[in-house]
Design a protein around this ligand. Structure first.
Ligand SMILES: NC(=O)c1ccc[n+]([C@@H]2O[C@H](COP(=O)([O-])OP(=O)(O)OC[C@H]3O[C@@H](n4cnc5c(N)ncnc54)[C@H](OP(=O)(O)O)[C@@H]3O)[C@@H](O)[C@H]2O)c1
Length: 325
């Protein structure tokens, strides 16, 4: 494993880290604490020292399990995200009063005195124009309840706007099927010393290259029930790529890049950008974690490989994804 500076936090985090949205439960299926602990342990054994969680994941069980894991491993860092555990989502979830409540609840869930890094969990855009939200985060930082804060965003423009504030991190979708963040935002983030977490790095699994036109997912899985953005932003599911188009594009990547581990290559592609602190793939079993962490040891992609990625993106993905997010 290799480690990178996480913005101005002072933390060095594993290039390949772990997203815990599906930890121990897999989207709507019953939560298993045993599976969740085993997943975190497998990642830790592979050198992962950073977990991305949220107050709403698995009804709080993701945060609680990460909290338990922290008690045994003091070298772990994490982000937790607040503001989306109650539906329907409104800007009021990001008011100073709500933030105070959510932070207190996450402190309790994680069993800590101060939260490592707190991210606003994809707030409505208008929240970024509500300075009182960020002043409250400043106050909580001074009060010692949080150490660092940032924002998880849907769109590049939101990431740029968020840099008006004293943030340490931005979480954003960036992968072989979502190239736009690199255009303008990455350089700015570097100038401001802001850490970037690349989420949904495998386009919800499409970039593993294992799905076919016949693949189906459980009814409770967002890859079934959020394909058209029915529950949250469409860009989160398959990175906003139409499923069948994504299958074709992934097949072409596999063939032209001549790889039998497209997932690892897709993660290594993201790590070609030194503005990125870490990729945070989710994993539905330990074997996936093992395969994903090999990305840190892969050689840099050649200019020819980089050109193939761009070519496939231009041919299949750019229109409409580039214009929406
Ligand atoms: N709003 C937000 O801030 C937000 C939104 C979304 C995600 N996130 C964060 O980003 C993390 C990652 O996102 P994600 O899990 O949605 O998407 P992802 O990392 O792009 O894809 C994860 C899926 O890819 C498949 N996979 C992973 N490794 C594989 C491998 N080596 N070989 C084959 N298949 C593999 C698994 O699918 P199968 O189930 O088919 O095996 C897994 O469920 C989340 O856990 C969460 O921490 C944040």
């Amino acid at each position: 494993m290799k480690y990178r500076q996480f913005g101005n936090t002072g933390y060095k985090i594993s290039e390949v880290s772990l997203g815990t949205w599906q930890l121990g439960g897999k989207w709507g299926l019953p939560f298993s604490e045993k599976d969740a602990m085993a997943t975190l342990a497998e990642a830790y054994d592979q050198g992962v020292n950073f977990f991305d969680t949220a107050d709403g994941y698995q009804g709080g069980a993701s945060e609680r399990t990460v909290g338990q894991f922290l008690k045994r491993h003091s070298d772990i860092h994490y982000t937790t995200k607040i503001g989306r555990k109650e539906a329907p989502l409104t800007a009021d979830h990001f008011s100073p009063k709500s933030i105070d409540r959510y932070v207190d609840e996450s402190l309790k869930n994680l069993g800590v005195d101060a939260l490592d890094t707190v991210l606003l969990h994809c707030p409505p855009t208008q929240v970024l124009y509500q300075p009182e939200t960020f002043f409250e985060l400043d106050r909580l930082k001074k009060a010692g309840k949080i150490r660092h804060y940032g924002v998880s965003v849907e769109k590049v423009e939101e990431a740029i706007k968020a840099m008006d504030y004293d943030i340490s991190a931005i979480e954003i979708i960036f992968n072989m099927f979502r190239l736009r963040p690199a255009n303008l935002f990455f350089d700015l983030a570097k100038q401001h010393n802001i850490g970037i977490l690349a989420r949904v790095p495998l386009a919800s699994g499409l970039l593993s290259g294992k799905y076919t036109a016949e693949t189906t997912f459980a009814p409770t899985d967002h890859r079934t029930n959020n394909r058209h953005g029915q529950h949250f932003d469409q860009g989160e599911t398959f990175s906003g790529v139409d499923f069948l188009t994504g299958v074709k594009a992934a097949d072409e990547l596999k063939t032209r890049l001549k790889t039998d581990n497209l997932a690892a290559l897709a993660l290594r592609y993201i790590l070609m950008y030194d503005a990125v602190s870490a990729v945070i793939p989710g994993a539905s079993n330990p074997n996936q974690i093992e395969r994903n962490t090999t990305a840190a040891d892969l050689p840099a992609l050649s200019n020819q490989q980089m050109a193939i990625v761009r070519d496939v993106y231009d041919q299949y993905i750019k229109n409409p994804v580039e214009y929406r997010w």
